[in-house]
Every structure is written in structure tokens, then in C-alpha cells.
Design a protein around this ligand. Structure first.
Ligand code: T6T
Length: 434
């Protein structure tokens, strides 16, 4: 069928019109385009997720933690919380995750641990005190090197110093001699020690060097021996704070009364001594002479020799006396080396058990001689306690508590015989050799 030209135009225009309407309708439906909505939803989701991040409470809760010192660690967490709150959805994830450290801060916040951590720090305060105390050095200037009596004293001093958290130094001359001891004392002063315990090798010669140390501001304590007359309250020398040591007159009396008993209250006696001028051995001789005098002539003192603290010299001198006085009944050795030499001479002369010996001081060798009946009594001093006491008094002095320090502290003895030699007390009283 053949359409007219006008009809064909009408149909074409109508089709175009319908097409335009359809397209327009489609465009209207597209404005509610569900495809785009997901985009918005995606954006919303993180925003909602942000809530927990914003809850950032953990970070805020971190505040107490911050109050604790670790605060510094917590602080960044808190700062991070802020961006988390302000965060754009995209950024939120990161801060939110970073909020974890903030949460981690929480335990710190629990402040308890933090405080607990702080506690040790406070406990550390005494440690600091100790550190300060360990700046303190107590010096021992002993009478002579290699003497078990002073070795034991040094041990007591060092142990007490260690227990108190302070330092200890010790030195002494190779001979019992003030000329040798003085530079050692001077060196302690130069070193700047805080307190000095000293066994003066001579009661007169050491006054001046000790006074110099005292004048340098160092508290001085006499240990074992004294200077002047040993009366630090009313005597001619009063600057030492205390005299810590045995009662040596009493010690001499104990020794010689034991010998007098052993020889039956009568006979000849001899004294082996160190040298005049040493307070201890001078007083032991004095005590022995008093004991002999108390026998009203029944016991005769045939002589006193000075060995200069040498056992070899003591042995030689004693041997000469044994030769000269063949009826010698008893000997008093006033210190470790004097007694050791005297005992050796008795053994050498084959007079073990015949000549009775009192042994002042208690090295292991004296205990062997006691068991072998070469000596009959061993008088143990307490040098370990002397060293300890010295530290105690030094610390009191350094604490400004001088009024709590007695001018005299006698340390006592342990008297050792074959009857009690195995007792704990006797065994503990034996001097250390190293
Ligand atoms: O007897 C001790 C001490 O008390 C004296 O002052 C010197 O000698 C000893 O050290 C023993 O050798």
C-alpha cells in the first residue's frame, strides 16, 4: 500500500514524539537512581563506625593514666582521640585503630600498676640513701699487717660496713711502729675518708698524727690500743670519740692468775712483751705484775723482755731465759707473736708441760699448742666485734650523734682452755688468718 507523503510525515513525527516521552520518563525515574544511593550508604557506614572511635572513651579514660606519670604515653593516645572524633569517615579507621594504644594505655591508667611502678621508685629512695651512704668511707688503720688479730678486726669492720651500705678501707704498717704507721694515717686523711678507726702503735708518738687527722675534720675512734692514758673524758687526750678494746689490765691478770694456778701458786715467772709504749701490752704486763704481786712473794718475776713484735726474737729471748733460769715455772706471752715465740722456745727446750705458758691472743696455732699442752690458757680477744663497733660509732659520729658514743667500750674476752676448746664459743673466738 502506498502512503501519501503527508501520512508518512505524520507517522514519523508521532514515533519521534513517543520516543521523546519515553526518554523523558526514563530520566525522571533515574533521579531516584538506586545505584547512587549505595555510595551514600557507604559513606554513612564509616560515619556510624566512627561512633565507637568517637566513643574514644578509652582515650579519655586514659586521663587517669596520664595523671600517673606514664601519662606521657597516654597523652598521644588522647591526642589521637581528638582526630578520631573529628575524623572524616576515611580517616576514622586509623585513629580508631590507634585508639588501641589508648586502650593499651588503659592498663596504665589503671593507675594501680602505674602507682605500683611508682612504689618501687619510692622504695628506691632508701637505695638512693644507700647510694648516698656509700659515698661514706670508714678507714681502719691497724697496728701491723699479717696479724690474725687485725685480720679478724678488719673482717668485722668490713662486714659491718657492708651491712650498713658504706665503704671500708684498711691499711697498716709492716711493723708495729709509729714511724711507719704515721704516713699510712696521713694517706687516709689525704684520701678524704669520713671516719678513722685506728690501733695506735704507740700511745704517745701517735697523738700528734691522730690530732692532725682530727683537725682535718675526721672523727677518730681508737680501736684495740689507746693514746694518752685512754681516758677520753678526763685524760690528757680527749679528741678520740671512743676507745673500743679489751680491758688489758684485766687480761694480764687473767693470764697470770691462770699461770700462777698452774704452777701451784709459787715459783719463777717470766714475761715476753712487745715493746714499751703500746697501751695494750703495757697494761697486760701491768695486770700480770699485779697478779704476781698479789702472791706476796710466792711467785717471783725473773724478767721482762721486749721482742719488737717478732716471734723469732721472742723465741730467742725465751730460750736464753730457760737456759739461765732452769727452774722457770711459768711464762706470759703478752700478744700473739710474743706467746708464739715463747711457746716455740719451750717446745725446742723439750719443756712442754713442764713450763706453763699463758698465751694472749687466739690464732689457730695457739689452739694447736693448747691441745698439745704447750700452753695452758689462750686468751681470745674479740677483734671482730671491735671492728663492728668501730663502724657503728663512726656512723653515729657522721650522723651527728656523738653524744650516743661512749668514751670507752670494753669488748671482753673468751678464755679458752682444754676443757672448753671445742665449745662453739671458743671455736668462734679463734682468729681468722685471712
Ligand atoms: O694483742 C693484739 C693487740 O691487742 C695488740 O695491741 C698488739 O698485738 C696484737 O695485735 C696481737 O699480735
Amino acid at each position: 500500500m502506498r502512503l501519501s507523503r503527508s501520512t508518512r510525515w505524520f507517522i514519523l513525527v508521532s514515533i519521534l514524539l513517543v520516543l521523546v516521552l519515553v526518554i523523558a520518563g526514563c530520566n525522571r525515574g533515574g533521579s531516584s537512581a538506586p545505584a547512587e544511593e549505595p555510595t551514600a550508604t557507604e559513606e554513612a557506614a564509616p560515619a556510624e563506625e566512627a561512633a565507637p572511635a568517637e566513643e574514644a572513651t578509652p582515650a579519655e579514660e586514659a586521663a587517669p593514666a596520664e595523671e600517673a606519670t606514664p601519662a606521657e604515653e597516654a597523652a598521644p593516645a588522647e591526642e589521637e582521640a581528638t582526630p578520631a572524633e573529628e575524623a572524616t569517615p576515611a580517616e576514622e579507621a586509623t585513629p580508631a585503630e590507634e585508639a588501641t594504644p589508648a586502650e593499651e594505655a588503659a592498663p596504665a591508667e589503671e593507675a594501680t600498676p602505674a602507682e605500683e611502678e611508682a612504689a618501687p621508685a619510692e622504695e628506691a629512695a632508701p637505695a638512693e640513701g644507700e647510694a648516698a651512704a656509700s659515698d661514706v668511707t670508714i678507714a681502719l688503720v691497724y697496728g701491723v699487717a699479717g696479724d690474725g688479730f687485725y685480720i679478724t678486726m678488719e673482717k668485722g669492720l668490713r662486714d659491718a660496713a657492708e651491712a650498713a651500705g658504706v665503704n671500708a678501707v684498711a691499711d697498716g704498717p709492716s711493723q708495729f711502729d709509729p714511724v711507719q704507721q704515721t704516713p699510712i694515717l696521713d694517706a687516709m686523711v689525704a684520701k678524704g675518708v669520713d671516719a678513722i678507726c685506728i690501733a695506735a702503735t704507740d700511745k704517745q708518738a701517735m697523738i700528734e698524727p691522730m690530732q692532725r687527722a682530727y683537725d682535718a675534720g675526721i672523727p677518730i675512734i681508737s680501736v684495740d690500743t689507746f693514746i694518752g692514758d685512754g681516758d677520753y673524758e678526763n685524760g690528757p687526750v680527749t679528741f678520740p670519740l671512743s676507745y673500743v678494746g679489751s680491758d688489758n689490765v684485766q687480761g694480764g691478770q687473767i693470764a697470770c692468775n691462770a699461770v700462777i694456778d698452774a704452777i701451784g701458786g709459787e715459783g719463777k715467772m717470766y714475761i715476753q712483751n712487745v715493746k714499751p709504749g703500746i697501751s695494750t701490752t703495757d697494761q697486760r704486763q701491768q695486770g700480770c705484775e699485779e697478779a704476781i704481786a698479789a702472791t706476796e712473794g710466792a711467785v717471783e718475776l725473773v724478767g721482762v723482755d721486749f721482742n719488737d713484735d717478732s716471734a723469732a726474737t721472742a723465741a730467742e729471748q725465751t730460750a736464753a731465759v730457760l737456759e739461765r733460769d732452769s727452774d722457770l715455772a711459768g711464762i706470759f706471752g703478752t700478744n700473739l707473736f710474743s706467746a708464739q715465740g715463747a711457746a716455740q722456745a719451750v717446745k725446742n727446750a723439750g719443756l712442754t708441760g713442764v713450763v706453763k705458758v699463758a698465751n694472749f691472743d687466739a690464732p689457730e696455732a695457739a689452739i694447736v699448742d693448747l691441745r698439745n699442752e704447750v700452753v695452758d690458757i689462750v686468751i681470745a680477744q674479740l677483734p671482730y666485734e671491735m671492728g663492728q663497733k668501730c663502724v657503728e660509732y663512726s656512723l653515729l659520729a657522721l650522723d651527728g650523734k656523738e653524744d650516743e658514743i661512749p668514751a670507752r667500750w670494753p669488748t671482753g674476752y673468751v678464755i679458752i682452755t682444754r676443757d672448753n676448746v671445742d665449745s662453739e664459743e671458743a671455736q668462734n673466738a679463734i682468729y681468722k688468718s685471712e
